[in-house]
Structure formats: C-alpha cells, structure tokens
Write a protein that binds this ligand. Structure first.
Ligand SMILES: Nc1ncnc2c1ncn2[C@@H]1O[C@H](COP(=O)(O)OP(=O)(O)OP(=O)(O)O)[C@@H](O)[C@H]1O
Length: 255
C-alpha cells in the first residue's frame, strides 16, 4: 500500500505557481529524501501532506486518508518536525512536551515519563526544567524532534531535521531514522545536507521549480551520472558554476 500518494498536485500562493504537477507514491518502510534548491517547493509539499495547506488541486492521501477531508485523523498518525518552528520559549521542554502530548490526548504521567527519557537520550536532562529562551539552536531542534515523535507516529515528515545539530547529534538522528524505518515507519524528509541524504535515503526525490526532476535510489541516480549527489544535484538543478559566482561575490564586496 502507498503510505503517501500525490497525484497531479498544483499549488499557487496568490497567483504564483509553486507546485506544478507533483506525482509521488511512497511505500511503507522507506526513508525518502526530498531535496531541491531554496524555494523549490519542498516545505509546501510537506505542508500539503500534513493537511496544513488544504488549498491545492490534485489528490493527496496519507495512509489512504484524504488530506483535505481527513486531516485530523492523519495528524494522529503522522509526526511533523517543521523547519524554523516557533517554540513556546517561556515554557520548559517538559512543559512544552506535556502541552504537545495533551494535544494528542496522551496521558500526562505517560508523557512525563517518556519526555524525560527522550530528553535524557538527547542529553538534555539538565535542561528539562529550564526555560527554552536560553536554548541554543541545536537544543531547540532536539526538543522539536522529540515533540514530533512523542506520539509514536507511523509516518514522519521532517523538514530540515538536522538544522543546528552537532556532528554527534547528526549521527544519532541518522541512526534513529534508520531504526524507526526498520520498525516499519515511513520517513519523508527534506534536507540540504547532501552527504546525509546520500547515505541514509532508500530513495531520493529531487524537486526543482515545483516539478520532480529525478527519483530513485542513489545507485539508480548515480547510474545515470556517476557523480556525488552534490554534483548531480548541481547539474540537475542548474546550480553549476558556484565558484564563478563566489568569485563575483567577493569581487562585488571589494567595490
Ligand atoms: N505563505 C506563503 N506565501 C507566499 N509565498 C510562499 C509562501 N510560502 C512559500 N512561498 C513561496 O513558495 C515557494 C516555495 O517555498 P517552499 O518553502 O515550499 O520552498 P522550499 O523548497 O522548502 O525552500 P527552502 O529550501 O528554502 O526551505 C518560494 O518561492 C516561497 O517564496
């Protein structure tokens, strides 16, 4: 069964088209890396899939449920870690996770036990009761990741999940993603960190200017062009020649 299904999705913001006919089927138990240049439409696709943007044309289902009409049911089974989310800074991680857990109607005692354990594993035990106003970007990202996974969702959408994380935390998140998928979960995530995408994705989907321009395992994509994902990405999305642009940039700074 397709866990994620997008058929002929078009989305515009005001009069500007952003997604131009996206078709995608994702089966259970896959890690799909969704990559593309800034502004390509990655976050927009993810927001459609979690029911945040009902104003689009085409058919979108998650776990067989229609995202326009069954978004509440979908939210119960889906986890979402947004890019640049606003955390309630004046709360502590424990208070914030209690709040999120209650939105999912989880038992408060169960949430507390689970939240403390997850915070410990992310080395945040000492900060469990500190206000998040003082948190670094990486610490916030860890709390966000926990909040998106707290209800043990079947399908997980991650928008730049590694943002701000140090090297050890990146290794840990990669391992968690792998183990979640081994457990039967499905992960759909966007990232700009090509070597991570290359290493952990079962499938890589490249979007450029609102259209999918490549889709396959890294080995399949490499078969077309035997290069690193970074080089392949640059070629396919027309962002080759960065050294020339860098030179012009530095030159412009001097003038
Ligand atoms: N709420 C909005 N109103 C108007 N335009 C928007 C809105 N959200 C996104 N856009 C535009 O839609 C396009 C796609 O944005 P989106 O955030 O989906 O891109 P992205 O691929 O996630 O980019 P990035 O890698 O920079 O996060 C961009 O041109 C963006 O300016």
């Amino acid at each position: 069964m397709s866990v994620i299904q997008l058929q002929n999705i078009y989305k515009s913001y005001e009069a500007t088209p952003v997604l131009k006919g996206i078709d995608l089927n994702v089966s259970a138990g896959q890690i799909v890396g969704y990559i593309g240049p800034n502004g390509a439409g990655k976050s927009t696709t993810i927001k459609i899939l979690i029911g945040m943007l009902p104003d689009f044309s085409g058919e979108a289902t998650v776990l067989g449920m229609n995202v326009k009409t069954q978004s509440l049911e979908i939210k119960r089974r889906v986890g979402y870690v947004p890019e640049n989310a606003a955390l309630y800074d004046t709360l502590t991680p424990l208070e914030y996770l209690q709040f999120i857990g209650q939105l999912y109607a989880l038992d408060p005692l169960h949430i507390e036990r689970k939240a403390l354990e997850l915070l410990r594993l992310f080395q945040l035990s000492d900060h469990a009761n500190a206000r998040m106003t003082t948190f670094s970007k990486g610490m916030r990202q860890k709390v966000l990741l926990i909040s998106g996974l707290l209800h043990n969702p079947d399908v997980i959408f991650l928008d730049e999940p590694l943002s701000g994380l140090d090297a050890n935390a990146v290794v840990l998140i990669k391992e968690i993603m792998r183990q979640l998928v081994n457990d039967g979960k499905t992960i759909f995530y966007s990232s700009h960190i090509m070597d991570v995408v290359e290493k952990i994705s079962d499938r890589i989907v490249i979007i450029n200017q609102g259209q999918i321009i490549a889709d396959g395992t890294f080995a399949e994509l490499q078969h077309q062009r035997p290069e690193s994902l970074e080089q392949l990405f640059a070629q396919l999305t027309g962002s080759d020649g960065q050294s020339g642009i860098a030179e012009e940039f530095v030159h412009a700074l001097k003038n």
